[in-house]
Design a protein around this ligand. Structure first.
Ligand code: S3P
Length: 489
């Protein structure tokens, strides 16, 4: 048997992130066989792709494991004592970078032949000083959660990432982590690369989140694990609660309570012994969002998305699309590893523009690029507010969405934290443009979906970052009928 390294027999180059930690090995049937460790490189290999109006999309899609839960399963597995097993781990570049970082800190992490992952954890406070720089590639979640996980262990570590991650704000985690006693030497503006000296005698803290951010909340909770006593995070708006759920799953004492002013206080008791667990990672709703919207927009489509996580802190997009007239049904609702999971059945629909309230933004914060695409095919104006956080994602997503949609012929306006899109109904978008992705996986996927329903093809300048969250996006979409080509027709 000979292995194909990083190749794709269907003619589409496999996406490579700016900082691959491992190269994928495929067998001749295109099955992922395993990984070959690579030295970290800053080379990018742009891979453009063009999407063309497609016939009805139909069939069943099982999207890869949830990215947020995958990071957390690796991190908590590494902080437990003994052997944790993870099924359905997302094998995207972001998560593989977290695995490489955890290995550099002393955890033993391996992919088994059956596709499950095994982690031999070092225990809370057990990380050893890494001999090399910790590279999180494109992943804000990986970097921020790991800064928290390391901040209360008395070791020094230098963190970096690709050009996109090195532009993103880290002060939002540095500030609370300094309160535990950690020290930071960061670039101007609190950016990566930075060196962290973990607290010797960590003190538990109480911290109110200045921004609705699950990453900041999680960094504080993970740091609190190795501080004696109770650490508290207070949030005004509910953000995704996977860290809290998974900490409980691993045996930590975590509680939450409503306090005055409509706020919620989340407490973690420090220095538990975490017990290794079996984690099943459900399908990522943020990845499911792309085929879901594609099926709504391409006339005659009928699609089933199996095993999608439907945690209410993540399901805002489905709620909004249903209100816009989307024919979306949930079947087989069930509980798996402490998360609500279901199958999502979608049929092509006539969508109506609407005003979307800012309060729902945290439950669909990653879905605005694809929602904006849906809005461009809806009838009437869609107004989205409360979007300041989109400015500091993998790219400035407000600017990238507006620029891409304008190039495709849509009328769009943006402000500091809002976006309006004028829609003219099904198949109304002109297309016929090349869209810049700015190292952002969700911008790339959103505009490839737009191309499936627009009048003229849409070319996306670089799909290499799609591998950070949805490495099987191109073949999965082709399998249900999407027309993606390497060149413009
Ligand atoms: C994530 C939280 C969100 C989200 C990101 C994943 C997480 O970021 O955008 O893709 O796993 O905690 P913020 O918490 O900064 O909004």
């Amino acid at each position: 048997m000979s292995w194909i390294v990083g190749g794709d027999l269907r003619g589409v180059p496999l996406p490579r992130s700016a900082a691959p930690v491992k190269e994928k090995l495929y067998d001749q049937n295109q099955r992922l066989h395993g990984y070959r460790h690579l030295s970290v490189t800053t080379d990018t290999v742009p891979s453009p792709l063009t999407a063309t109006a497609s016939g009805p999309l139909s069939g069943t899609v099982r999207v890869p494991g949830d990215k947020s839960i995958s990071h957390r399963a690796l991190i908590l597995g590494a902080l437990a004592v003994g052997k944790t097993r993870v099924d359905g781990l997302l094998e995207g570049d972001d998560v593989l970078a977290t695995a490489a970082v955890l290995r550099a800190l002393g955890a033993d992490i391996a992919r088994d032949k059956d596709g499950s992952w095994t982690i031999f954890g070092v225990g809370v406070g057990g990380f050893t000083e890494p001999a090399q720089v910790l590279d999180h590639g494109n992943s804000g979640t990986g970097a921020r959660l790991m800064l928290g996980a390391v901040a209360t262990t008395p070791i020094s570590a230098t963190f970096t990432g690709d050009a996109s991650l090195c532009r993103r704000p880290m002060r939002r985690v540095i500030e609370p982590l300094e309160m535990f006693g950690a020290e930071f030497h960061a670039r101007d503006g609190g950016r990566l690369p930075l060196t962290l000296k973990g607290a010797r005698m960590a003190m538990p803290i109480s911290y109110r989140l200045p921004v609705a951010s699950a990453q900041v909340k999680s960094a504080v909770l993970l740091a609190g694990l190795n501080a004696p006593g109770r650490t508290t995070v207070v949030e005004a708006q509910a953000t995704r609660d996977h860290t809290e759920r998974m900490l409980k799953h691993f045996g930590a004492t975590v509680s939450s309570e409503k306090i005055e002013g409509g706020l919620t206080a989340i407490h973690v008791e420090g220095q538990p012994e975490l017990a290794p667990q079996h984690v099943r990672v459900p399908g990522d709703p943020s990845s499911a969002a792309f085929p879901l919207v594609a099926a709504l927009l391409v006339s005659g489509s009928n699609l089933r998305l199996e095993g999608v996580m439907l945690n209410p802190t993540r399901s805002g997009l489905i709620t909004v699309l249903q209100r816009m007239g989307g024919n979306i049904a949930i079947e087989n609702l069930r509980e798996e590893s402490g998360e609500t999971v279901g199958d999502v059945v979608v049929r092509a629909s006539v969508l109506k523009g609407m005003e979307i309230e800012p309060e729902i933004a945290p439950s669909m914060i990653d879905e605005y690029p694809i929602l904006a695409v849906a809005a461009a095919f809806a009838e009437g104006r869609t107004i989205m507010r409360g979007l300041a956080e989109l400015r500091v994602k993998e790219s400035d997503r407000l600017a990238a969405i507006a620029d891409g949609l304008k190039r495709c012929g849509a009328k769009v306006e943006i402000g500091e934290d809002w976006l309006t899109v004028e829609g003219h109904g099904a198949n109304s978008l002109a297309g016929g443009a090349t869209v810049a992705t700015h190292m952002d996986h969700r911008i790339a996927m959103a505009f490839l979906i737009a191309g499936l329903a627009s009048k003229a093809p849409i070319k996306v300048d670089d799909t290499s970052f799609v591998a950070t969250s949805f490495p099987t996006f191109v073949p999965a979409m082709r399998q249900i009928g999407a027309l993606f080509q390497l060149k413009n027709r």
